[in-house]
Write a protein that binds this ligand. Structure first.
Ligand code: NAD
Ligand code: GLY
Length: 362
């Protein structure tokens, strides 16, 4: 097991990465405030991992409440969130009960938001079971639900007390989900870690075949990158926005086609291609660098071209982006491979062109 720390003073927390961690109640116990926890999971993950996590916690003497949500991005909404509150109240959970998110980013984001709101804030922990959640969404304290007009529009910053990334859980993950997770892994290379990008180019086939050592290394290097950014800029006043490479375009795809149709990782892969295309139009990266990015996404089995969605619809949806300031669109682009920047200077005509070039019949 490897342990990293998100160093946020008295809110610092460990990220443990390793095998068979869902059985390790001992890692959670010292961080609990009372002998009761509520596990939030979904109908797909529950049959796979809930019994093991619950048994290990019960063996350690804890009372365990289980809350099982429907599975899917389309359920990341008020109604599902409210069903968590209903159960917490019915089962007499308290402010010092700890919520444990067991699942992918959807479960993690909703559980974190529920924890931020319930009785004005309760502790929570992340037990991520998708690659995407292990490398990104479980770390950093962004929690949210979707609104019909925009992705992750309603939420809060609320840091977990612990992240337990059990790499064995990835063995049951469908291939398409593994590939979607790789999009966020590649993101770290593109925005701030050229050496990692080169490592990914060399080791992608091992990751696709789920070779455990390579997967663990990719998870640790991703989490180290994320932790450094979060520590430097927890509330996204500056540098943290770089973690949103491709997200302004990608969120528009997710909202535009309907939540759940495109996986988050797929949508942001296309978003990153649009950002790279635009960076090339602005003369920041050259054609060879652009081709290199495209080659990596293609090798990872990720889409490099978006759905049928009008350019005007993209622009309309992108206006809801959380980086918009004073009505002005701010985008994360590539100054070079391994170095992203936030800019509001990209001309709209170039933005339109980049979207069109990465759209069907573009
Ligand atoms: P997800 O949570 O929908 O999980 C993907 C699918 O895999 C689901 O069907 C899930 O039930 C299933 N699954 C989960 N673990 C499994 C396992 N071990 N074996 C088999 N099936 C398993 O999707 P995701 O890609 O994990 O997360 C995407 C979400 O994360 C989006 O809502 C996105 O907005 C959010 N996100 C948040 C942050 C953040 O910082 N908070 C960062 C990135 C993404
Ligand atoms: N996934 C973006 C962030 O955590 O800031």
């Amino acid at each position: 097991m490897e342990t990293l720390t998100v160093a946020l003073g008295d809110r610092s927390y460990p990220i443990h990465v390793g095998r068979a961690l869902v059985d390790r109640a001992d890692l959670l116990m010292p961080l609990l405030q009372q002998a009761k926890v509520a596990i939030v999971t979904n109908s797909t993950v529950a049959p796979l991992y809930l019994p093991r996590l619950r048994d290990s916690l019960q063996r350690a003497g804890l009372e365990v409440v289980a809350i099982i949500l429907p599975d899917g991005e389309q359920f990341k909404n008020w109604q599902t969130l409210n069903s968590i509150f209903d159960l917490l109240l019915e089962r007499r959970c308290e402010r010092s009960t700890t919520l444990i998110a067991l699942g992918g980013g959807v479960v993690g984001d909703m559980t974190g938001f529920a924890a931020a709101c319930f009785q004005r804030g309760m502790p929570f922990m992340q037990v991520p079971t998708t690659l995407l959640a292990q490398v990104d969404s479980s770390v950093g304290g962004k929690t949210a639900i979707n609104h019909p007009l925009g992705k992750n529009m309603i939420g809060a910053f609320h840091q977990p007390r612990l992240v337990l990334a059990d790499t064995d859980t990835l063995n049951t993950l469908p291939d398409r989900e593994l590939r979607a997770g790789l999009a966020e892994v590649i993101k770290y290379g593109l925005i701030r870690d050229l050496a990692f990008l080169e490592w990914l180019e060399a080791n992608l086939d091992l990751l696709l075949s789920r070779e455990p050592t390579a997967l663990a290394e990719a998870i640790c290097r991703s989490c180290r990158n994320k932790a450094e950014v979060v520590v430097a800029d927890e509330r996204e006043m500056g540098e943290r926005a770089l973690l949103n490479l491709g997200h302004t375009f990608g969120h528009a795809i997710e909202t535009g086609v309907g939540y759940g149709d495109w996986l988050h990782g797929e949508a942001i892969a296309v978003g990153m291609m649009m950002a790279a295309e635009l960076s090339a139009h602005l003369g920041w990266i050259d054609g060879r660098a652009l081709a290199r990015v495209e080659r990596l996404f293609r090798r990872a089995g990720l889409p490099v071209c978006g759905p049928t969605l009008a350019v005007e619809r993209y622009l309309e949806l992108m206006q809801h982006d959380k980086k918009v300031q004073g009505g002005k669109l701010r985008l994360v682009l590539l100054r070079q491979l391994g170095q992203a920047v936030v800019t509001d200077t990209a001309p709209v005509v170039e933005i339109r062109k980049a979207i069109a070039e990465r759209s069907p019949h573009g």
